[in-house]
Design a protein around this ligand. Structure first.
Ligand code: ADP
Ligand code: GLC
Length: 493
């Protein structure tokens, strides 16, 4: 099976990234391309993306729908180390800014509704401009949730297209709700919002638009696919997801092992390591301790976390004032901790304070790609106490780097990390169930006690972790099946 696929996205590595969505889109595209599909990507040309290596293919690319018109430009680049074309929608008015969604990690631009409706609409006009017609319009998360709606609307205009829409939910916690007062936005009127069922208490809801109007819906792990059909995880959309469950599929994300593999990771040269030759990890632990200003020690377990600092990630359980586990865990145990992240202000402030107070805790509040690789490689344990986690990529990276994940049993974390059984066999990490500081602390202490009291088991777990294979191949196959199904559905309409 091979298809012409257009990925429509707000993020893709290496051009723009705020989280795992960016990794997923690029890695899946590469895998699909390698298995024979003609995959291309459309994304905004944000102000921080250099135009140097891009080709201007249309200085007057007009994006329009009915009375709405916006003058844009179109650039073309390539996904590094591949021939995959990446089309960049350029608009000084909407995209030439230093942030993706907002000026900081915890704020949003007021015109995001319009910025991303423009992108979703542009996807339909791209084909004509470059003389290439996608069979699959694959859009991702709320920013491109309107794409399936525009597709339906254009079907009505031309009644010719034999193409299908696939919408991937990466995170139900972000829905893109916008007031309808300022419509028409890229041609969307309150009547359209109503007719295509993405009204949400007098606002438009872009995620809902994608879920209601795409031919097939996917999300990024099987467990999350079932969780989001329940009230606890549905963020208000569980009734719709249950109603459309026939069209919803959970496919676990893979890893781009060209980027995240200790054997070839360019960020950890010259200490690259592997299962057969594991010594580099020890040197990298020392390097990490040195760079983070921690005591150089091989005997103490080094725990790490790299995360967007938002409620989803369990920051309340980590360092919520008065009940977070971090301070007590650092004070009462012979351990070291490294935390890298950005996000909610209170959490950044609290972490910085604790980092200054505690000798065995190093906190870096920034977005740092190099450091994220060094941490994965140099740490012993990786913490993900997520309240919910659609897939999670860091636990997958951690497994490959022999850094044992300590995770809450939810979403993709439950699907990819195994606890040791009663005989202490077959474990690749430590899991806990309840959303509570106590449950998280118990898991941390369990890992700590294994480190000191059962070092042979830890070694065994590391080996099994590094042997896990989450390459994209099998998951990309699943996407091909979804594309096939979507086309069947679309052609039956
Ligand atoms: P999410 O997409 O919900 O943030 P994932 O685990 O899927 O969670 O992906 C997070 C990605 O973002 C990982 O590649 C992680 O390394 C990266 N990341 C998050 N915060 C930072 C940071 N402060 N610096 C560098 N990389 C980060
Ligand atoms: C989202 C989710 C994360 C997932 C990523 C890529 O940001 O929070 O769990 O791994 O998307 O699909």
């Amino acid at each position: 099976m091979s298809y012409r696929i257009l990925m429509i996205t707000s993020e893709a590595v290496p051009f723009a990234k705020s989280g795992g969505l960016a990794d997923m889109v690029s890695a899946l595209s590469i895998e699909l391309y390698q298995s024979g599909s003609d995959v291309r990507i459309l994304m905004p040309l944000y102000g921080f993306i250099s135009k140097e290596e891009l080709k201007l293919i249309d200085p007057n690319f007009e994006v329009s729908y009915k009375n709405y018109k916006e003058n844009c430009a179109l650039y073309e680049g390539k996904l590094p180390l591949s021939k995959i074309p990446v089309y960049f929608l350029d608009s000084a008015k909407f995209y030439e800014r230093n942030g993706i969604y907002g000026p900081t990690a915890s704020s949003a631009y007021p015109d995001n509704g319009l910025r991303y409706s423009l992108l979703s609409r542009a996807a339909l006009q791209l084909g004509k401009r470059i003389d290439w017609n996608p069979q699959i319009f694959h859009s991702h998360d709320w920013p491109t949730g309107l794409n399936p709606v525009y597709l339906k609307l254009s079907d009505k205009e031309t009644s010719s297209s034999k193409c299908a829409s696939v919408f991937t939910i990466h995170n139900l916690g972000y829905q893109g709700r916008f007031s309808m007062r300022n419509t028409p936005w890229a041609g969307i009127t309150p009547e359209i919002v109503h007719q295509y069922h993405f009204e949400d208490q007098n606002r438009m809801n872009y995620l809902k638009a994608g879920i209601e109007n795409s031919d097939m819906i996917t999300t990024v792990s099987p467990t999350y696919a079932s969780e989001i059909q329940t009230k606890d995880f549905g963020h208000g959309l569980d009734p719709i997801l249950s109603r459309r469950s026939k069209y919803l599929k959970g496919i676990v994300n893979g890893v781009d092992y060209n980027d995240w593999n200790p054997e070839i990771d360019k960020h950890i040269v010259p200490h690259n390591y592997s299962l057969a030759d594991p010594d580099g990890k020890k040197a990298l632990k020392k390097q990490l301790q040195k760079e983070m200003g921690l005591e150089i020690s091989t005997s103490k377990p080094l725990f790490a976390m790299i995360s967007r600092l938002v409620e989803q990630k369990g920051i309340e359980e980590l360092c919520g004032p008065g009940n977070g586990v971090l301070e007590g865990f650092c004070k009462n145990n012979d351990v070291q901790l490294v935390i890298l992240g950005t996000g909610e202000k209170w959490c950044e402030t609290e972490l910085k304070r604790l980092g200054e107070e505690l000798d065995n805790l190093s906190v870096t509040i920034s977005y740092n790609d190099y450091l994220s690789h060094l941490i994965e490689a140099g740490a012993d344990f990786f913490m993900m106490p997520s309240r919910y986690e659609p897939c999670g990529l860091n636990q997958l990276y951690s497994l490959k780097y022999g850094t044992l994940p300590i995770v809450r049993r939810t979403g993709g974390l439950a699907d990819t990390v195994q606890a040791p059984d009663k005989e202490d066999c077959n474990g690749t990490g430590f899991l806990f169930d309840e959303i509570s500081p106590e449950a998280f602390l118990a898991a941390l202490e369990k890992a700590c006690s294994y480190w000191y009291e059962k070092p042979a088991i830890i070694e065994q777990m590391k080996i099994l972790a590094m042997e896990q294979d989450f390459s994209w191949g099998p998951s990309a196959e699943e996407y091909l099946k979804v594309y096939k199904e979507a086309l069947t559905i679309a052609s039956g309409k």
